[in-house]
Design a protein around this ligand. Structure first.
Ligand code: SR1
Ligand code: MG
Length: 406
């Protein structure tokens, strides 16, 4: 008998029934309503609420295929990884992830805090809203979840058992294909959608052998470098924000991988917000203000990440050799170089490949959109090829501004 024998994909009314029966959130006189609100690529997300009180819950369920394509056959076990990661990250970075109420192994669903008073960050950035505390919050999240799950801090046997329990081969394979392979080789023929820029992309990505060699090195780092428990999909669609608070969601791609994968994803997605504003904002002053905020935020993310990383290292490092003078500085430099490279990969794969971002696709004017795509890909190539020269936030921004003003 398999643990999935009693599995079924829920409808909104099944989710309401489930919430009433299995979760101790609602009173017996509640009147529940439910809606499927997911807009991600993989799963189904139900919001269940009581019409007679302010109580509500989110139930996220994984299916046997990806929501966007039946071609992706996936084990719903990814929901276990997501629930366990959220709980672990909640301990490491309190207040920065939603509270998990229950993980259900039979239905592969996870019930958690409803964050309806927050907005998905990508949507807010598309309205050109700013979040002055974001850099502070996201750097605390990344330093705590990455450094404190690494060999710098953990007992090495304990860390190896975490590597085993967070082994996530199917979702890693999606990343290996979509991020590291397909933007540079159209080997599964899923890249046709960027036709207007096709010749330019072929020249810049498919035919640049120097670039492809660097990407091959990076792919093997992703495959083999079990450095820390990474979120694995830390883009602005995986972040809820409001003026005062940030909550990181959706860690179903979590596994032991390179730290720079998370930091680089954040940087790339801030750049998507910047190019969207550049292409779409009519009011020049508002556009400059928004772009300035994004630029400052990129600088702050890198520089605060480094400062907090060094502080936590100094206070928490347990491994004897990690205390060797010069080692922490060397280690952190490697993470920032990886950050640049991964930012470059994410910038490419959201334009060339099957998982696009609204920041680019919603630019209606075709020539403005093609220009935005070219800015991203040109910045990306600089980040990947010259990754070893990136150490400070300002350098990341300078590359973006130099391309823009060329
Ligand atoms: C088939 S999944 C496509 C993408 O959506 C997820 O959010 C990840 O970014 C993945 O690469
Ligand atoms: Mg996701």
């Amino acid at each position: 008998m398999s643990k999935f024998d009693k599995y079924f994909l829920m409808s909104p009314s099944d989710a309401a029934e489930y919430a009433a029966e299995k979760l101790s959130i609602f009173c017996c006189d509640c009147e529940l309503d439910s809606k499927e609100i997911g807009d991600g690529n993989l799963n189904y997300v139900f919001r269940v609420w009581d019409k007679n009180s302010d109580k509500s819950v989110i139930i996220k369920q994984a299916g046997f295929t990806a929501r966007i394509s039946e071609d992706f056959k996936l084990s719903p076990d990814r929901n276990r990884i997501e629930a366990e990661t959220l709980r672990f990250q909640g301990d490491l970075a309190p207040g920065l992830v939603p509270v998990v109420y229950k993980y259900d192994d039979t239905l592969s669903c996870c019930s958690m805090e409803d964050l309806s008073d927050y907005t998905i960050m990508r949507q807010a950035l598309l309205q050109h809203k700013i979040f002055p505390k974001f850099a502070e919050h996201i750097t605390t999240f990344m330093v705590n979840t990455l450094l404190l799950t690494s060999d710098v801090f953990l007992n090495h046997q304990e860390k190896k058992s975490l590597v085993k329990s967070y082994t996530n081969p199917e979702l890693c394979e999606i990343t290996e294909d979509l991020v590291y392979t397909e933007p540079f080789n159209d080997y599964k023929h899923r890249n046709d959608v960027f036709l207007p820029n096709l010749d330019w992309v072929k020249k810049e990505l498919y035919n640049d052998n120097e670039l492809k060699l660097e990407v091959a090195k990076l792919k093997f780092d992703f495959l083999t470098n079990a450095q820390a428990l990474i979120h694995g999909d830390l883009h602005t669609g995986s972040i809820f924000v409001n003026e005062n608070s940030t909550k990181i969601i959706d860690p179903e791609f979590a596994f032991y991988g390179p730290m720079g994968y998370d930091v680089g994803n954040i940087i790339a997605n801030m750049i998507f917000a910047w190019v969207n504003a550049d292409a779409t904002m009519d009011n020049e002053e508002e556009c400059i203000n928004f772009k300035n905020w994004v630029e400052n935020t990129i600088c702050e993310i890198i520089d605060k990440f480094k400062a907090k990383f060094m502080k936590v290292w100094k206070e928490e490092a347990k491994e004897v050799l990690a205390k060797t003078p010069g080692f922490s500085q060397w280690y952190l430099s490697q993470v920032i170089h990886d950050t640049a490279a991964v930012a470059g990969l994410e910038l490419c794969r959201r334009i060339v490949g099957m998982a696009h971002v609204k920041d680019i696709t919603s630019i209606e004017n075709e020539s403005a959109r093609l220009r935005a795509e070219r800015i991203c890909i040109t910045v990306a190539k600089g980040y990947i090829k010259n990754r070893e020269s990136y150490l400070f936030g300002e350098q990341f921004v300078n590359t973006l501004k130099e391309v823009e003003y060329e």
